[in-house]
Design a protein around this ligand. Structure first.
Ligand SMILES: *Cc1c(COP(=O)(O)O)cnc(C)c1O
Length: 378
């Protein structure tokens, strides 16, 4: 038997009739971009995040870019982020013309380390872009203190974290604006590309609404140059169906994660010190993790991955190359060794199967394969 790394058909099977009727509704409406479906999605997700405004856009990448543009981040400015993230975080900063400044992660959470970010602040720093990596909120109260003391803007890359929270505050409510992605594999995924910006600021929301349609203030009145970043109405309709399940799906992910943590704990205790490390929330951090990924770390990661794949267990690495070592950021002049925790994470992390519909026996198979790698029995 094999265990796929991800199987979206298990999620979509039970809601197929609702998806079909949502798609038919859009087809019959003749409105294929934004429109009432996107508006309803914006309202539903703003309410879920506890903020007054949400703006639907074409992708999570665009949501980050538009947030920065709406805050006038651009050439001559610096924006600080983590090198241990998906390319879109650093790429969107660079796209504004601002300089990307990296700061290392906290190895316990894989998220941007507030002290490292603070040390990277200069007179040119206009924004900090922490990422809620793998579905766990960053140390937001620390970033808020750093930013508000210096008039720095905060953008939350919440692309992996819909439904997560920290001290009762939901992902999407931190910073001046937040970005969500509806890429199909995300915790709330469409059947194509899509994204959303959430914000407490009426000004940022209004500006992003203009920027997503070429800066049109209404009636072909273009006060500034924007872009084309509209959410597809079919995606909006699908996402509304799926959003109603998001809490239940996240609860299922958390249950699967708790089971991995328990079973792997037994494996690693028997295997001794060389064993991998499981994800954790630091005590007192108050985070509700939604496990977009369940990530273990191992000093023998590549061997572990090969062993699991040979046993038919889907597993993968997010992310194998930290951004500061990517060829596209060569001009920044970073070197190997500049961000040791990010580099160590890139060498050690391995994501295991976690998704709604993953069965208990499949999970046991994953754990058994990890146990056999460590030479122990479960
Ligand atoms: C998925 C993702 C993005 C980009 O979202 P797209 O919708 O694919 O553009 C940005 N940041 C992080 C951390 C992501 O996981």
């Amino acid at each position: 038997m094999s265990v796929p790394f991800l199987d979206l058909t298990r999620q979509h099977g039970p809601i197929r009739p609702e998806i079909d009727s949502a798609l038919a509704r859009v087809l019959d409406s003749g409105q294929f971009l934004l429109g009432p479906e996107a508006q309803a999605l914006e309202q539903e997700l703003a309410a879920r995040c506890g903020v007054p405004h949400a703006v639907a856009v074409a992708s999570g990448t665009d949501a980050i870019l538009l947030a920065l543009l709406a805050m006038d981040v651009g050439p001559g400015d610096e924006a600080i982020t983590t090198p241990f993230t998906f390319m879109a975080t650093g790429g969107s900063i660079a796209r504004t013309g601002a300089k990307v400044v990296f700061a290392d992660i906290d190895p316990a959470t894989f998220n941007l380390d507030p002290a490292a970010a603070e040390a990277a602040v200069t007179g040119r720093t206009r924004a900090i872009v922490p990422v809620d990596l793998y579905g766990q909120c960053a140390a937001w109260e620390r970033f808020e203190a750093i930013a508000s003391a210096r008039g720095i803007r905060l953008v939350e890359d919440a692309c992996q974290a819909i439904g997560a929270s920290r001290h009762g505050r939901p992902a999407g409510s931190f910073g001046d604006a937040a970005a969500f992605s509806f890429y199909p594999t995300k915790n709330l995924g469409g059947m194509g590309d899509g994204g959303l910006l959430t914000t407490r600021s009426a000004e940022i929301a209004a500006r992003v609404r203009r920027l997503r349609t070429h800066g049109d203030a209404g009636g072909y009145d273009h006060r500034e140059i924007g872009m084309n970043s509209r959410l597809d109405a079919f995606q909006a309709a699908i996402l509304r169906v799926k959003a109603a399940r998001a809490d239940a799906w996240n609860a299922e992910r958390r249950k699967i994660a708790a089971r991995y943590t328990e079973l792997l704990g037994q494996v690693f205790r028997s295997a001794g010190t060389e064993a991998a490390v499981r994800p954790s929330a630091p005590p007192g951090s108050g985070t509700v993790h939604v496990y977009h990924q369940y990530v273990v770390r191992s000093a023998r990661r590549d061997d572990l991955m090969a062993h699991l794949r040979k046993a038919g267990i889907g597993c993968t690495v997010y992310y194998p190359i930290p951004l500061h070592l990517q060829p596209c950021f060569e001009a920044l002049g970073c070197r190997k060794g500049d961000f040791p925790e990010s580099e160590r994470a890139a060498a050690e992390v391995l994501a295991l199967p976690i998704y709604p519909g993953l069965t208990a026996s499949e999970q046991e198979e994953v754990v058994a394969a990890i146990a056999s790698f460590h030479g122990v029995k479960v």
